[in-house]
Design a protein around this ligand. Sequence first.
Ligand SMILES: Nc1ncnc2c1ncn2[C@@H]1O[C@H](COP(=O)(O)OP(=O)(O)OP(=O)(O)O)[C@@H](O)[C@H]1O
Ligand SMILES: Cc1cn([C@H]2C[C@H](O)[C@@H](COP(=O)(O)O)O2)c(=O)[nH]c1=O
Length: 741
Amino acid sequence: MPLADVDGSDGAQSDGGRPAGDSGSGDSGAVGSVAKIRAVLRVRDFRKLWLSMSLSSFGDWLGLLAITAMATTMVDGFAASNFALGGVLLFRLLPAIVLGPLAGAFADRFDRRKTMVVTDIFRFGLFASIPIVDNLLWLFIAQFVIEAFSLFWIPAKDAAVPNMLRKDQLEPANQLSLITTYGLTPVLAAVVFSVLAVIGGELQQVFPSVNEVDLALYVNALTFLVAAVVIWNLPSISGRRAAGTVVQQESFLGSLKDGFSFAGHTPLVRGLVVGITGAFVAAGAIIATGRFYVEALGGGEAAYGLLFGAVFVGLGLGIAVGPSVARDLARERVFGVAIVFAGTAVLLLSGSPTLWISLVLVVLMGFFAGMAYLAGFTLLGTEVEDEIRGRTFAIVQSLVRAALILSLGVVPFGVGLVGQHDLDVGPVTLAFDGARVMLFVAGLLAVGVGLLAYRQMDDGRPVPLLADVMTALRRDNTARRRLAGGGVLIAFEGGEGAGKSTQVRRLQEWLTQEGLVARATFEPGATPPGAGIRSIVLDKAQVGIAPRSEALLYAADRAQHVHEVLRPALEAGEVVITDRFVDSSLAYQGAGRTIPLDDVRMLSRWATGGMEPDLTVLLDLPPEVGLARARGRATADRLESESLEFHQRVRRTFQELAEADPDRYLVLDARSSPDEIAAAIRVRVAELLSGLPLQTLGEPVPQPRVEPPLRHAGEPVTTVAHHPHAHHPHAQTGATTQLHP
Ligand SMILES: Nc1ncnc2c1ncn2[C@@H]1O[C@H](COP(=O)(O)OP(=O)(O)OP(=O)(O)O)[C@@H](O)[C@H]1O
Ligand SMILES: Cc1cn([C@H]2C[C@H](O)[C@@H](COP(=O)(O)O)O2)c(=O)[nH]c1=O
């Protein structure tokens, strides 16, 4: 995959790219949509493509305004101008049904950059020819051919974008494209069209044959020429095709068939196709019933305009803020759920008694539709392989247009067929009409396809939807990991000599006896680079380490620990017990060394990618007692040698952290006997693990007692019992049954 040129710090496609909605850890939620879009725009090739795309989109809207104006003025009479207008729209939508899939196969087979440049040049010529030929028939033909060329351009572009960006950048990139295409450029085109109307009047005095419509069409034509030049200079659009690495063995028809077969047999794509098509049938029904519906509510032109505008307000909001609302929820789920909600809004709309309620429902409907469209579009980019992406996009685009034509054509008949009726229900008389009935049917259809899409795409996720939504809304990544079958992280914290190592070892032994895969580990020093860091930070001879350097050293050890030990083990569904984690940095470097706590927190969050323990056991002990225990064990290291006040600040901070989040902490008096402490820990851990899908040892496997790396001379300590990537021959995943504390 080619690397696009990046001006800023953001990389292009890399293996580290994570699909939108992937519930992997990370702090992505904290990054606002605007920042993400800015980051996407720093990718130079994408920025150029986006600019040229925006220009073409602006031209397209301007062209549509000009063409519709031209068509209606070319004929006389109300009926004829309506026919001309309908003809323009029909000739715009029609080619998609026939040519769409062919265009997709073309995009997958041929160099996408060349396809886009050639189609742009043709569109330039055709748009420029309309005012020159100045004839309604040619207008229809040109319109048809232009649309046909657009059909080759769109899948080539849609399929090329994922090659320019990382997977996690696709959603903001789609947000940007959709907002530009359906929000900014139509408004700009309308403004420019009005300006051209003024200029056109002036110009006509000099060139009588040129009016504002001609001018708009020439400007439009020019935008395609400029886009062709820009795209020609973007080789990354071609992807691997440019390097000639794609060997086409099958025939054109064969690849076309493959496209349909892929869309029909891949549950995710099938779900997307069903959902998007059904949603557009419903959307068509809403457009087709709009006028009748408003009339039935007693509204006129202004009310219709308001309702129409409300759809776009909703759509825009759904696209702009939808991802922030959905947060970490898998986009496969967002898609189906959003369509169901949009359908429900339409169902309610069919029974709405007043225009104001209808307006609110229409905004809501648009909002969920926008969310669904963005999620679906992003999934097509992230989940469909480059080789087949063009065809998949094309099939969806064709079906969307076919769905619109179908419902725009059929629904008005339905409205007429039902007519207007009064229904006597006891003492009340209910008025119902064709528009409401059609809306009701459209709503039902949307809910149905939403559910169908959800079922197709949910693909056996272990997490119930409600729990998934709740944890996503709470931004609780830890709970999300646990729910998704990831392991459980338990941290032990406390001052020197509190008994952490002792309890970590005992807990690991008990869990293993209970048949779970449990791993004990520690900070600092559980990885080879970490061991080097440990020897530096604990070495009393290192007298000049600055507080910030010390914080960075511990953070570096932690980042490696997460990368090499914690994350792989958690992803494998293990119970991981760590002797010290982030809180130690907050207590020692934050309170002890007096670095602002927020700085230490930020550093740790960066190092861990946002990982948090599911449970922290704090063994609380007056420092003088702990230090005495520790000193009885070995000579004091660099931190143990700090003053009593230092260790008191450390203790106080541990206590404050626990007080701030009582649900996540178990605070125990470390002066109790080891047995009492171990028993209390077991009760709490049994509660935490109950029912979770964790790695279990298929049959009892005697745990190897690997001798720990030396932490304190002569001290038996907890160890990484298994190599992080070691395979447990008997391990399997299953819901944890009752543990026996
Ligand atoms: N509950 C307890 N009561 C009395 N002594 C204990 C208790 N738990 C552990 N000890 C003893 O205290 C000493 C320190 O224990 P341990 O190494 O488990 O503590 P630690 O918190 O891991 O210490 P450090 O943070 O300094 O590594 C050991 O000699 C251990 O036997
Ligand atoms: C993780 C971590 C540790 N420390 C300190 C705390 C202890 O004094 C030593 C580790 O020694 P142990 O015997 O293995 O507990 O390091 C720290 O200051 N900051 C941290 O983030």
